[in-house]
Design a protein around this ligand. Structure first.
Ligand SMILES: Cc1ncc(COP(=O)(O)O)c(C=O)c1O
Length: 456
């Protein structure tokens, strides 16, 4: 056994892993949509790890950009220097984020949770500096995920990931989230009208906060917790109007949905919504380096009249991560990967993925396939008619995932979409360089895996 694999199946690895019970293959190489482990087994990455990779694995240009930066200058502290890579990349990102962010600024972090923490604190400081000192609460939604640090957990709704830490977090109001397959208002019109009911819940929560609401944070398309649930028409527009009317900042958490994943640069563009603060991570660097960004409008940045944001991490705006992110952005644009991710565009791989995934609906355990672009969800049910979920202990999504792994297919399983505990779904989010043939192969493996899990 080589040093790198030692301990893989021994009683305890020296790595503090996510699970002590599971055995993990050891990954050594990636190229395009594929990953390989130390045994030489190949996996098709049908979930972009966890909706991270959009440009494909093993792209030499990104490694070259990182090497060049590390060779020239590996690090400086943001209290002492800015860098050309930070300045150039921030300008390009503002441009990529669109007209709404003209004259704004980008705060760079090392990932999604750090970005959410940064956005929460920025919202508070902005409100204080414009004289709204009573505003500190950040409202959010029940079935949502915004990260694993305590501040991010406080605005998350994901029950399983929060439960034992609740005594440690500061709680603000969580409002309902439109989830049409299991609509709380029992609608029959695809949530056309009840989007407004959900938006009204937010308005009531803001009023109940009694002048203390500073911001509202949301995922434009539900990521992990509900599995690619797309909001009904009009909902996000109304939510934004409600926030504006009440002086509450709008924070769009696009850690999963941003940087092209849904066929737009940012998912809010599907609904012409203009947030005050936009959060990106995951696809920002496509996984080549730890990187997150908080993109603020001119109005928010101008609001910090004291001239300094009372916040910082040693590694924010790390030059090597920024070099990776910048090279990823260039690749995304050169290869037209946002267009490839647009399922509304004829001939795109995203349109092909949508069509292919829908063929799974003939399986008796597949209740719904949903999503947009290259962010898709497959929800499992034990009874299609009543939409009854599987018992959580069965871990149906986990079983499908294990069956898929055996076949060399990677998917991302999650439980709790129904009520935080029950409900099984998979997230499908492949790199945009996937081909039609690779999609066909993946769908066949997924079909076989679902049938195998159902037969157990
Ligand atoms: C919407 C959203 N926000 C925040 C996060 C946290 O990001 P990170 O895991 O990079 O800290 C995630 C991670 O899945 C996410 O999906």
């Amino acid at each position: 056994m080589s040093d790198s694999t030692a301990g893989q199946n021994s009683p305890r690895s020296a790595v503090f892993r996510r699970s002590f019970r599971k055995t993990f293959p050891s990954a050594v190489r990636g190229e395009g949509v594929y990953l390989w482990d130390t045994e030489g087994k190949r996996y098709l990455d049908f979930s972009g790890s966890a909706a991270v990779n959009l440009i494909g694995h093993g792209t030499p240009e990104i490694a070259a950009a990182m090497t060049e930066q590390a060779t020239q200058l590996e690090f400086v502290h943001t209290s002492q220097f800015t860098t050309p890579v930070a300045e150039d990349y921030a300008r390009e990102l503002l441009e990529f984020a669109g007209e709404n962010f003209r004259g704004g600024a980008v705060y760079f972090t090392c990932g999604g949770s750090e970005s959410v923490e940064t956005a929460l604190k920025l919202a508070r400081q902005y409100q204080v500096e414009i004289g709204q000192t009573r505003r500190y609460q950040v409202l959010s939604r029940t079935q949502s995920y915004h990260g694993s640090t305590l501040g991010a957990l406080s605005v998350s709704g994901n029950k399983r990931r929060r439960e034992i830490y609740l005594p440690m977090v500061r709680e603000f109001a969580h409002v309902g989230i439109p989830y049409c397959y299991r609509c709380a208002y029992d609608c029959t019109d695809g949530c056309r009208n009840c989007g407004q009911e959900y938006a009204a819940e937010l308005e009531r929560a803001i009023e109940a906060a009694n002048g203390e609401a500073a911001a509202f944070i949301f995922e434009p398309i539900s990521g992990a917790t509900l599995g690619a649930v797309v909001p009904p028409p009009g909902y996000l527009q109304t939510v934004t109007e409600v926030c504006r009317r009440h002086g509450v900042l709008v924070i769009a958490d696009e850690v999963m949905t941003g940087m092209g994943r849904t066929g737009r640069n940012f998912a809010v563009e599907h609904w012409d919504v203009a947030p005050d603060i936009l959060i990106a991570a995951k696809g920002l660097s496509s996984g080549y380096a730890p990187l997150g960004a908080v993109i603020a409008t001119k109005e928010v940045v101008d609001g910090i009249v004291s001239g300094s944001f009372l916040h910082g991490f040693t590694y924010n705006a790390h030059p090597v991560s920024l070099a990776a992110g910048r090279a990823v952005l260039h690749r995304l644009q050169q290869r037209r990967l946002v267009q490839a991710s647009d399922s509304g565009r004829e001939g795109s791989v995203a349109a092909k993925l949508e069509r292919s995934l829908s063929t799974l609906l003939d399986l008796k355990t597949v209740g719904e396939v949903r999503g947009i672009g290259l962010l898709r969800g497959v929800e499992f049910v034990s009874d299609k008619q009543s939409k009854k979920p599987f018992a959580p202990d069965l871990n149906f999504a986990g079983r499908v995932t294990s069956a898929a792994l055996k076949r060399g297919l990677l998917v991302y399983p999650i439980q709790g979409c129904v009520d935080g505990v029950s409900g099984d779904h998979l997230l499908i989010a492949p790199p945009a360089v996937i081909t039609a043939e690779q999609i066909d192969w993946a769908i066949q493996q997924l079909r076989d895996s679902i049938e195998e899990a159902g037969a157990q």
